[in-house]
Design a protein around this ligand. Structure first.
Ligand SMILES: NC(=O)c1ccc[n+]([C@@H]2O[C@H](COP(=O)([O-])OP(=O)(O)OC[C@H]3O[C@@H](n4cnc5c(N)ncnc54)[C@H](O)[C@@H]3O)[C@@H](O)[C@H]2O)c1
Length: 266
């Protein structure tokens, strides 16, 4: 085997994890994990495009990042609607600039027992948590392929692997997102685009408020987690910066679980 390398040598030291000169679009980043990841990517040097479906939330998030001296723009669109995604992203390269990093983060819950779950709840969760990653990635990928550089990070979940009652729609969507991550990796890896999943464990946000509010469930999660605590959004920043940076240029199709060890424990 000749073994000749066609890959340039990676940067060294801090530059390995630097996002200077890169632009990141983070969907559903008006609050919660998305906003925290956007801020973390900005601290690593990226300019940020925030997205949300809630205009006020988006406006406040953009203002907050700008007030802290970061380069940030807002794009209001619904990740689950094809026309909305197309309208927002078809001209993005000429208006805002190239997107080098896409974090497919937007997600929702509609909890109900499986036997009485309305089709509307099933469909809404599939649309926002799974189909959205297809729609937004499809809109952003042509520029990445043309420039031969790109990082896609799909926000999966512990529920990509394990489930619990009342979240069958969410588990199906996040399990699907895990496989979509691998499908993107095998299809777009040849273009020097790496696609990986970041799978948070139980993180304190508005999405998990009903779980935190249930003392039995809250304790169950805490006791089952080897770290002995719930996660906070900032626990995810290091993994996101890694997956967005040159440090992960040969990492493709992986799901990085950030759960304080929960998935490893019985
Ligand atoms: N919180 C957790 O414990 C946890 C665990 C695993 C995975 N996740 C995933 O992390 C991601 C973020 O969750 P979070 O906890 O920060 O939730 P969150 O509810 O705090 O924030 C989600 C944001 O997405 C936005 N959004 C919802 N639907 C949208 C749409 N159609 N188009 C654009 N934006 C939309 C919301 O307005 C909101 O600002 C989700 O994909 C979620 O499934 C969360």
């Amino acid at each position: 085997m000749s073994g000749a390398s066609t890959s340039p040598l990676p940067p060294t030291g801090g530059a390995l994890f630097s996002l200077h000169g890169r632009r990141a679009l983070v969907t559903g980043s008006g609050q919660g994990i998305g906003l925290t990841l956007a801020r973390g990517l900005a601290q690593a040097g990226a300019s940020i495009v925030l997205n949300d479906v809630d205009p006020l939330r988006l406006e406040e998030a953009v203002a907050g990042l700008k007030a802290d001296g970061f380069a940030a723009t807002g794009l209001l669109f619904n990740v689950a609607e094809e026309a909305s995604v197309q309208a927002a992203l078809s001209g993005v390269e000429s208006t805002i600039g190239p997107i080098d990093i896409l974090v497919n983060n937007a997600g929702i819950h509609r909890r109900a027992p499986l036997e009485s779950m309305p089709l509307e709840s099933w469909q809404a969760v599939l649309d926002v948590n799974l189909t959205s990653a297809f729609l937004v990635s499809r809109a952003v990928i042509p520029g990445m392929i043309r420039r031969r550089i790109g990082k896609l990070i799909n926000i999966c979940s512990l529920n990509s692997e394990i489930s619990r009652p009342t979240i069958s729609n969410y588990s199906a969507a996040k399990g699907g997102l895990k496989m979509l991550t691998r499908a993107m990796a095998v299809e777009w890896g040849i273009h020097n685009v790496q696609t990986n999943g970041l799978a948070p464990g139980y993180i304190r946000t508005s999405l998990t408020t009903p779980v935190v509010a249930d003392p039995v469930l809250e304790r169950h999660i805490r006791v089952r987690t080897p770290a002995g605590r719930w996660g906070e959004p900032h626990d995810l920043i290091g993994a996101a910066v890694f997956l967005a940076s040159p440090a992960s240029d040969f990492v493709n199709g992986q799901i990085l679980t950030i759960d304080g060890g929960l998935l490893a424990s019985l």
